[in-house]
Design a protein around this ligand. Structure first.
Ligand code: ADP
Length: 256
């Protein structure tokens, strides 16, 4: 329980009255725990049917490619594939939340090229064909990190750039080499973020539009991204201006 307020004393210095607010954070913690537990169970339950659905679509895709099919069917399969990839990303990030809250997020580090990893992470946006993603800077640089986890950070930032910049089609990803790390930034030209909201963005379940009326979401993408980056010893942040757009950036090591 947190209390905040003012105590009034009489002439003998005996407290006579206290005025203030009491905030019960045990209730807040209990609700957080309930959300965490639900996410853990739901993501595990979703994973199995999702994997088999993805396998079926991939077989169908192969059959079509070898035996031929109408353009319409090919287009439907492609659409289904894009949606499935999005769902897989979502389930993967929910599973990671469970691992993070349980302190069990393991890293499997290898060397890989920054540019290749970024191109692969943006495939689903490119396939959807509605946004132009410009990748600039040191694309050939090697990173030493858990590739699938860093891909998840890129996916989260790029998906946000798509979601929170509905009227802009351009997203710029920049790779800059520093002494021992590489800095990757994802820039959008969307609505930006008010200054006073910025300190909360990386908190679990935080959303600027908490009612979800305008944009749907769980408020977990940036929390997961921050945890992944920090586990790699990197830093994450944002430069943003309301009405102009946002540049989310993070650093990762280039060697062990
Ligand atoms: P979600 O998008 O599911 O709400 P995130 O953790 O990814 O969760 O983001 C938290 C909040 O930060 C979002 O609800 C949104 O208000 C804000 N935000 C994130 N990325 C951007 C962006 N590129 N532009 C504007 N606001 C953003």
């Amino acid at each position: 329980i947190r209390t905040q307020g003012k105590t009034y004393y009489d002439s003998d210095n005996t407290p006579v009255r206290m005025l203030g607010t009491v905030l019960d954070i045990t209730e807040f913690k209990r609700l957080q725990q309930q959300k965490d537990d639900f996410i853990s169970v739901a993501s595990h339950e979703l994973k199995t049917p999702m994997t088999s659905l993805k396998a079926s679509i991939q077989i169908l895709d192969k059959l079509i490619k070898t035996n031929g099919s109408s353009e319409k069917i090919t287009a439907f399969i492609e659409k289904a594939n894009i949606s499935l990839t999005k769902m897989q990303h979502l389930i993967e990030s929910l599973l990671n939340v469970s691992k993070i809250t349980a302190g069990q997020l393991a890293l499997n580090k290898t060397y890989f090229k920054a540019g290749d990893m970024i191109t692969e992470s943006c495939d689903h946006v490119r396939m959807a064909g509605e946004h132009e993603i410009i990748v600039s800077g040191d694309t050939d640089i090697d990173i030493y990190a858990d590739r699938s986890k860093i891909e998840q950070v890129i996916v989260n930032l790029v998906n946000n750039a798509v979601k929170y910049a509905p009227d802009s089609r351009t997203i710029i990803i920049n790779i800059v080499r520093r002494t021992k790390t590489v800095k990757i930034s994802v820039q959008d030209f969307g609505e930006g973020i008010a200054y006073d909201k910025i300190p909360h963005l990386f908190e679990r379940y935080y959303r600027v539009d908490s009612t979800g009326v305008q944009y749907s979401g769980l408020g977990l993408g940036l929390y997961i991204s921050a945890e992944i980056v920090e586990r790699h010893g990197g830093k994450i942040g944002v430069n943003s201006e309301a009405g102009k757009g946002s540049t989310f950036w993070f650093t990762v090591p280039i060697s062990n």
